[in-house]
Design a binder for this molecule. Structure first.
Ligand SMILES: [Ca+2]
Ligand SMILES: [Ca+2]
Ligand SMILES: [Ca+2]
Length: 240
C-alpha cells in the first residue's frame, strides 16, 4: 500500500547485491536526523558497523521525500545517491559504482520553490578548496562576471575556478554556467530535480554539458567539446 506520511518511511540496505547478506533497516520515525556515521550502527542481526558495505537497497517513502546516501560520514562534501520516494516500495538490486561506499544517510524533502534553490561551486574537484554559494533568493539574476564575486571565505574572484558542484534546484529550473562573462557560451547545466545533486569532477554523468534534452532519468550526457570543462565558468544564470 502506498504511504503518504514520511513518519512511515523506511530504507533497507544490504551488504550484497540482490538484497543478500547483512541488512540494515533504517526507519524515519527512529532516525529522523539520519545516521551520521555507519561505523557506529548495528545491522539488523546485531553486528556492529555498516560503513562502506551497502550494495543494494529497498525503500518506501512518500512522494516528495528522498533518502540520500553519502559516500562520506556526516553528510558533507561527499558523493551521494538519491533514493527518491513515490509512495510505493522501490528497489535497486545493484548500486553499481556506488556499491560499498555509503558512510552516512539522511532524509530530504523535495523543494518546489525556486526561492529555496542554491548552488555550491568548489574550486577543486571532490568539493575541495574555496567555495562559492549562490542562492537564487539573493541572486535571482545570477552573476554576470564571476571575477567580481566574493567566495564564502570573503576572497574576491571566482572566474575560471569551478571544478565541482553541489546543488539543490526545483524541478523545471536549471542553473547554467557560461564560458565567458555576461552569459556568453553556455557549457554546463545543473538540472533541478528538487533534491540534492552533485558533480564531483566536471564533467561527469548527470550533467548536461550541451543541449537541454532530458532523457528518461532526467539527464543527458553530451560532451560537446574535447577536453575538460573544469576551470571555465565565467558567469552563471538561472533559467526554467
Ligand atoms: Ca557490500
Ligand atoms: Ca564511504
Ligand atoms: Ca578549479
Amino acid at each position: 500500500m502506498a504511504i503518504t506520511d514520511i513518519a512511515d518511511g523506511w530504507v533497507e540496505l544490504y551488504d550484497d547485491k540482490n538484497f543478500k547478506d547483512r541488512r540494515l533497516t533504517v526507519r524515519y520515525a527512529q532516525h529522523y536526523n539520519g545516521i551520521p556515521d555507519f561505523k557506529s550502527v548495528r545491522s539488523d542481526d546485531g553486528k556492529r558497523g555498516f560503513g562502506d558495505k551497502t550494495s543494494s537497497a529497498r525503500w518506501q517513502m512518500p512522494a516528495g521525500w528522498a533518502c540520500i546516501l553519502y559516500e562520506d560520514a556526516h553528510f558533507k562534501n561527499s558523493r551521494l545517491l538519491v533514493l527518491a520516494g513515490n509512495g510505493e516500495v522501490a528497489e535497486r538490486p545493484n548500486l553499481g559504482d556506488f556499491s560499498d561506499k555509503t558512510s552516512s544517510l539522511n532524509w530530504e524533502p523535495l523543494i518546489t520553490d525556486i526561492n529555496e534553490a542554491w548552488v555550491e561551486l568548489y574550486d577543486d574537484k571532490g568539493f575541495g578548496d574555496r567555495r562559492l554559494t549562490v542562492r537564487y533568493a539573493e541572486h535571482p539574476g545570477g552573476f554576470a562576471d564571476l571575477k567580481r564575486v566574493r567566495t564564502d571565505d570573503g576572497t574576491m574572484g571566482f572566474g575560471d575556478k569551478a571544478s565541482s558542484a553541489i546543488w539543490r534546484i526545483p524541478s523545471g529550473w536549471r542553473c547554467v554556467l557560461y564560458r565567458h562573462d555576461h552569459f556568453q557560451d553556455p557549457f554546463m547545466v545543473l538540472d533541478g530535480t528538487g533534491f540534492r545533486r552533485e558533480s564531483k569532477n566536471f564533467p561527469v554523468e548527470h550533467l548536461t554539458v550541451t543541449g537541454f534534452h532530458p532523457i528518461e532519468d532526467g539527464f543527458e550526457i553530451e560532451f560537446g567539446t574535447a577536453g575538460g570543462v573544469s576551470d571555465q565558468a565565467s558567469s552563471l544564470s538561472w533559467t526554467t
